[in-house]
Design a protein around this ligand. Structure first.
Ligand SMILES: [Zn+2]
Ligand SMILES: [Zn+2]
Length: 134
């Protein structure tokens, strides 16, 4: 094998494979398990600035170096953004319907009951607790 001169092979120049502009080609993804750490839950500040976010909590690396505030939509890093939005929406819907119900009660109940409810509101009792009492 040592006697075999393979320098002849080097006649044929080895052209480097043409590199695609983006590294997002399907072929690369098929070969490599996604190498980039893909952060599903980038912080809100990085989203707004369209900067890369490593999703580090409580403050991501980008916000640390920028000295900015860092807020995350969901307190749970494993919760996807869409389910966090859905959950926030549901919570908001609950709050709205609770307040609407309270408003209706204040309109329709007797003066004494309405006054009692008002007392509780002013005492800082949560709306859903007042509704439970009624
Ligand atoms: Zn970030
Ligand atoms: Zn951040």
């Amino acid at each position: 094998m040592s006697g075999y001169d393979d320098s002849a092979r080097s006649f044929r120049p080895l052209l480097p494979r043409p590199q695609p502009a983006g590294d997002d080609s399907v072929d690369a993804d098929a070969h490599l398990p996604s190498k980039r750490p893909h952060t599903r839950n980038a912080c809100e500040d990085c989203r707004r600035r369209k900067t890369k976010c490593d999703g580090k909590r409580p403050i991501c690396s980008t916000c640390t170096s920028n000295g900015g505030s860092c807020t995350f939509l969901s307190p749970n890093p494993d919760e996807s953004r869409s389910s966090a939005i859905k959950r926030k929406y549901d919570e908001a819907q609950d709050r709205v319907s609770n307040h609407e119900e309270l408003y209706t009660l204040l309109k329709t109940r007797s003066q004494a009951e309405a006054t009692e409810m008002l007392h509780r509101i002013r005492a800082g009792v949560a709306v859903d607790s007042i509704l439970r009492y009624v």
